[in-house]
Design a protein around this ligand. Structure first.
Ligand code: NAD
Length: 257
């Protein structure tokens, strides 16, 4: 029995076919979900529309998460079209390129603000708008995407690591606020995967190789593996799990020297 039949989900963060959010969209669709994909900026709209056309029951809407009006319009459209929302996947992240190459200590005020706004506050802002629509359905599930750089230092991950720390803390506070309405909030901490966002991090290939050398599974993970974990958290199998950061990283996080 498909796990997300008759569920409506919003997926934020599809840019191209390599996006982790796209793998989650495909997996959720295969489980029977009706999807709304949001995209940030006209530059990637065609990409997202082409991908969406390969799945049944998908609508595509604009939403730059730094723009409150676009966020309001997105949720108004979802309410008008679907009357409610069952799950949301948050896969938006951004940092200025110079902040992912220079030493962290040189992070500018503006670079810090932008990274934390797009990559962490956006989860709070989207959850606030999603919650009433989920409450009308009797509950819901929210999943965001994090990285181990939230709690360990990875060269050049820099301000994005600080943003992921804020994101994971936000997951716990949101889970506490929204739990009484039956809304669960979790993060998946994925191992490194070559995507558009990852291409911005200097020395990313070296990080991938370190995982191949040292992770218990002696490999990196694929977007489909993150997607399967997301379906677990989004669907009924994850009904007892909230405020959690689930590691999907071939076990790398457990290793010391
Ligand atoms: P990606 O580049 O495909 O996805 C990042 C998305 O963020 C893009 O769709 C982009 O359009 C969106 N975005 C950026 N600014 C935005 C804005 N202002 N409004 C709305 N959306 C905006 O790369 P990805 O690796 O699939 O990243 C998805 C998530 O997974 C990110 O949170 C990333 O930090 C996280 N993650 C990635 C890895 C990895 O190694 N690739 C590992 C762990 C976690």
């Amino acid at each position: 029995m498909p796990q997300l039949t008759s569920k409506v989900g919003l997926i934020v963060g599809v840019a191209n076919k390599r996006s982790i959010a796209w793998a989650i969209a495909q997996a959720a669709s295969a489980e029977g979900a009706t999807l709304v994909l949001s995209y940030a900026g006209e530059r990637i709209e065609d990409n997202v529309r082409d991908l969406a056309a390969t799945l049944p029951n998908v609508t595509v809407l604009p939403c730059d998460v730094t723009d409150d009006e676009q966020m309001d319009a997105l949720f108004e459209s979802i309410r008008a079209e679907h009357g409610g929302l069952d799950f949301m996947v948050h896969g938006a992240a951004f940092a200025l390129r110079e902040d992912l190459a220079a030493p962290f200590v040189q992070t500018s005020r503006e670079g810090f603000r932008v990274a934390l706004d797009v990559s962490a506050y956006s989860l709070v802002a989207l959850s606030a708008r999603a919650a009433p629509l989920m409450a009308e359905r009797g509950g819901g599930s929210i999943v965001t995407l994090s990285y181990l750089g939230s709690s360990r230092v990875f060269t050049n991950y820099n301000v994005m690591g600080v943003a992921k720390a804020a994101l994971e803390a936000s997951v716990r506070y949101l889970a506490s606020d929204l739990g009484p309405q039956g809304i669960r909030v979790n993060a998946i901490s994925a191992g490194p995967i070559k995507t558009l966002a990852a291409a911005g991090i200097s020395g990313f290939s070296g990080i991938l190789q370190t995982y191949r050398d040292r992770a218990p599974l002696r490999r990196t993970v694929e977007t489909s593996e993150v997607a399967d974990a997301a379906v677990f958290l989004l669907g009924p199998a994850g009904r007892g799990v909230t405020a959690e950061v689930l590691m999907v990283d071939a076990g790398f996080h457990a290793m010391g020297v």
